[in-house]
Write a protein that binds this ligand. Structure first.
Ligand SMILES: [Zn+2]
Ligand SMILES: [Zn+2]
Length: 439
């Protein structure tokens, strides 16, 4: 069956294509772009933007072991609702995904979900920061990267061995940068900790490890990807390193370029994450990093927890906030509407760059590629209501926030998923489809 998407503003950040045209899909693949010369099932996308399927390169879908917080299925539903056709799933689960068996388990359990789930496995066994996992076996099992995310790799010798092994095997290392000697026991950024009666996490805890790992990447020539950049100092270190030609990429999350630690006062534990929210100066430098290309990608670091876990006091509640269903709207509002970046650049940071960094398909609109597409309504105004999330979790510091721009629909492998559908079997919705098939 041929599906024709008509009259969309098609933005392909890879080729720079940005024009109103039709796109047609056959057998799950993008078949052509232009003026559709034949009949088929039509979806009229006038006023909408058609982009490559968004890819969130950093999420925690909690399985195996954490299904009370989120499952691969509810996480994929949240992803699809938020406009993501693919996510990369972090391994700090229970048990930790550190064996080929568990990588295959994640892949098997993710089949048929409304978003592709790419597994990431641990760098060290049990994420304990000591013994390296079997990189080659994990790569053969299908990981897109390795990361001990949730924990730093504190021991420099272990990190160096990991990078050497990563080069041998050809697998990407994603780094959660935190010096535990400086952050240990900390709850929130040190500059607000005192007034809340809590112990603090200094910006230095992140920046020292960023500096250490830039030095290691520079020395070894092995590429690294730095997760969730949150401080002005980290942005500057990465900017300088890139200028010197160090092989590194990085991401930030929407909360770091929209919020500061002041949000803790209103949102309490729903604004507690690691790294913590920082100062206005840090926020502005993260925005500059996004604008000048220092920061390659935007990832949600979607980290669901149950309401009862987040109901505990700030000092005890777990770190993390959900983001899959707000990342696009928050980024669109702050960056496009805010005049920081043009639409194609925001879309690149949410699709093309993650695809390139992880080495996965997608991120481009080109005939022959799988038809993973995101349709954005750039004009719709909406208010974040956590009760309507498809995620199991509600822990967001964006509750009640007014946003402009939202995912209207995703298409996965040529199949239309009305935002939020739980299966990938959805038919073309009647309301948007007019069959013009002849005879
Ligand atoms: Zn992390
Ligand atoms: Zn994370």
């Amino acid at each position: 069956m041929r599906l024709i998407l008509k009259n969309a503003r098609i933005i392909d950040p890879a080729s720079g294509f940005d024009d109103v045209a039709d796109l047609w899909i056959e057998d799950g693949l993008i078949a052509g772009i232009g003026r559709a010369p034949f009949p088929g099932n039509l979806v009229d996308l006038e006023g909408k933007i058609l982009a490559p399927g968004l890819i969130d390169m950093h999420v925690h879908l909690r399985e195996p072991g954490g299904g009370h917080k989120e499952t691969l299925a509810t996480g994929a539903a949240a992803a699809s609702t938020g406009g993501f056709t693919a996510v990369a799933h972090m391994p700090n689960t229970s048990p930790v995904v550190d064996t080929p068996y568990l990588v295959r388990w994640v892949k098997m359990r993710s089949r048929g979900l409304p978003a592709r789930v790419y597994p990431i496995a641990a760098v060290t066994e049990g994420q304990k920061g000591k013994k390296l996992t079997d990189f080659l076996a994990l790569k053969s099992a299908g990981v897109v990267a390795l990361s001990d995310d949730g924990h730093p790799i504190a021991h420099e010798g272990v990190m160096r061995r990991a990078l050497e092994k990563a080069r041998e095997v050809g697998v990407l290392m994603i780094l959660h940068e935190e010096d535990p000697d400086l952050s240990s026991g900390g709850v929130v950024d040190c500059r607000i900790a005192g007034s809340l009666g809590l112990s603090g996490i200094p910006p230095d805890a992140e920046e020292r490890m960023v500096a250490r790992d830039i030095a290691l990447a520079e020395e070894t020539g092995v590429p690294i990807h730095i997760a969730h950049v949150s401080t002005a100092g980290s942005v500057r270190l990465i900017r300088e390193a890139k200028a010197r030609g160090v092989p590194l990429t990085c991401e930030t999350a929407p909360h770091y370029f929209v919020l500061t630690y002041e949000a803790l006062i209103q949102y309490g534990t729903d604004a507690k994450m690691n790294p913590p929210l920082r100062s206005e100066e840090d926020r502005l430098e993260v925005l500059r990093g996004l604008a000048d290309g220092t920061i390659d990608a935007i990832a949600s670091d979607h980290a669901p927890h149950t309401p009862s876990e987040k109901a505990r006091p700030l000092s005890e509640a777990p770190f993390g906030v959900v983001g899959l269903e707000t990342a696009l709207g928050v980024s669109w509002t702050e960056l496009v509407e805010g005049g920081v970046l043009p639409p194609e650049e925001v879309l690149a940071k949410l699709s093309l760059r993650p695809a390139r960094i992880l080495g996965v398909p997608g991120g481009r609109i080109v005939p022959g590629a799988p038809a993973d597409l995101t349709i954005v309504d750039p004009e719709v105004r909406w208010t974040v209501n956590p009760k309507s999330f498809h995620s199991k979790a509600r822990n967001t510091p964006f509750a009640g926030r007014s946003l402009k721009g939202k995912a209207w629909m995703t298409i996965l492998g040529g199949k239309i998923l009305k935002a939020g559908n739980l299966t990938s079997e959805a038919e073309v919705p009647e309301s948007v489809c007019t069959s013009t098939r002849t005879k």
